[in-house]
Design a protein around this ligand. Structure first.
Ligand SMILES: CC(C)(COP(=O)(O)OP(=O)(O)OC[C@H]1O[C@@H](n2cnc3c(N)ncnc32)[C@H](O)[C@@H]1OP(=O)(O)O)[C@@H](O)C(=O)NCCC(=O)NCCS
Length: 191
């Protein structure tokens, strides 16, 4: 378990999987999938999960997916790092499935834990992520945490009837001052 100020990161397991259908059909999915509002049936999700398990069975695992839970143990979402070991590079992805917890610092708390994990434990060189230009929470998160905007791909996503750019952010290990220093700089506290 990775112990944060507002959340803990724990192995992704049955407690979280049970909520996946709700989260995949809720408001987080629009943002996490860059504009997709399609409905996923429970049967389709279970089929996809089964296919995924079979596909991955004999393949090396280079990714890590954590469940995000509040300090009192409530599952609220997930955060993952998909690594390409040869390049010591990982793509990050996060979604808090419970919108009541958006904008309250929970996602940034989870992100800081993952950054220490990928740089200090996995010894990666770089992390990156892409997001829609209309995703204000992620843009603010990137600014707060110190990612660099590396690329902007124009009119890349079609979301709710309008084009949005894709914003690609990166953070190098050398640029990461560490979780403790970032908590200090941002003045984050247990609430
Ligand atoms: C992305 C996500 C994980 C971030 O977690 P979070 O807990 O919401 O993020 P935080 O609260 O730590 O940081 C968000 C920042 O955006 C700010 N913010 C919230 N709503 C905003 C808005 N409409 N406009 C501008 N800023 C906004 C928050 O105030 C906060 O900044 P602050 O710390 O200066 O106050 C979460 O919002 C989420 O799961 N969203 C839906 C799925 C998603 O977008 N996934 C990422 C796809 S790339």
């Amino acid at each position: 378990m990775l112990d944060g100020l507002l959340v803990d990161l724990v192995p992704w397991g049955a407690r979280f999987q049970k909520l996946e259908h709700k989260w995949d059909n809720g408001p987080a999915q629009f943002w996490a999938s860059a504009g997709d509002r399609s409905i996923v049936t429970r049967a389709a999700l279970e089929r996809w999960q089964q296919e995924h398990r079979e596909r991955m069975e004999n393949r090396p695992r280079h990714g890590v997916r954590f469940g995000i839970q509040t300090k009192d143990g409530l599952p609220i979402g997930s955060i993952s790092a998909r690594a390409v070991p040869h390049h010591r590079l990982a793509m990050l992805g996060a979604a808090i499935g419970e919108p009541d917890y958006w904008g309250g610092g929970y996602g940034t708390d989870a992100l800081l834990l993952v950054l220490d994990y990928v740089f200090d434990w996995l010894d990666l060189h770089k992390v990156w992520l892409g997001t829609m230009s209309i995703n204000a929470r992620v843009l603010r998160q990137m600014e707060k945490v110190g990612f660099t905007l590396e690329a902007r791909s124009r009119q890349h996503w079609f979301a709710d009837g309008a084009w949005a750019d894709d914003m690609v952010f990166g953070l190098l290990r050398d640029e990461w001052p560490g979780r403790a220093a970032t908590i200090e700089r941002l003045g984050l506290r247990v609430r």
